[in-house]
Ligand binder design. Sequence first.
Ligand code: 13P
Length: 298
Amino acid sequence: MLTSTGELLETARRNLYAIGAFNVYNLEGVQAVIDAAEALQSPAMLQIHPSSLAHGGSALIALCLEAARTAKVPMSVHLDHSNSEKDIRAALEAGMPSIMADGSHLPYEQNLIFTREMTKLAHSKGAIVEAEIGRISGTEDELSVEEKEAKMTDPDQAVEFVRQTKVDALAVTIGNVHGEYKSEPRLDFDRLAKIRKLIDVPLVLHGASGLPEHMISRSIQLGVSKFNVNTEVRKAYVEALKESFNPQKSPDLLKVMKSATTAMQEIISNKLEIFGSVGKSYLHQSPYAGMLGVTTGK
Ligand code: 13P
């Protein structure tokens, strides 16, 4: 069932687990997320990156929304990392429940103005907004941010940013990167704890591919309610395609698509386990959703 992103994140936050948001490119990706979530009775999010949107357009949005509507578990659809007012408007018009207004490439004052405007727009359509303060490095599809341009989230600036923009969720940069970690991941948990203490909206951690389980669990304890996952799932997809390739024989396309979906589903299932959302779909379906949980201890 198509569910509001706000409800997913708030219920997860109250009950100390996190929602997995998985970047999807096509039907196989969408099916992999839904099959994993349904098999494990877990809520989840389908997420569209701007490069993927440029390729799939409104048909990709429609696919995700319809798949979420007919899913047997709570599912929302989110526009990831958008710095385009045009794309944000298109996503909202189509009925997407949330967008990420990403002005993190802009100087602080301009990021503030862009995010505030996009938040007003999204709220007028009943959608919610995630934004980023600080800047995450790494590569995702065609978007790259060099390590030297990366910037950790400043907790005091984050407070001011949330207050001024009225965003509903905040993506933090605490040592996380997009793509593969070139060395052992190191997250600044003191910084995360400080941000959590000062800020009341759900926190988001991008670059969850390659993060060890203990770091994910600690992040959840310190208030992260959404993890973005792309690289590991995409890699499983490409590896499955490679394995299906046989130069002697033309492959059965449906079999290839199915094996790619199964490979992605395995990775997604493992992430849902680690995020603690397995078996939690009933909390979102319950009329008491959001009222049953423990507090974050804030
Ligand atoms: P990874 O590709 O590192 O999993 O990051 C995904 C992400 O943060 C999407 O916004």
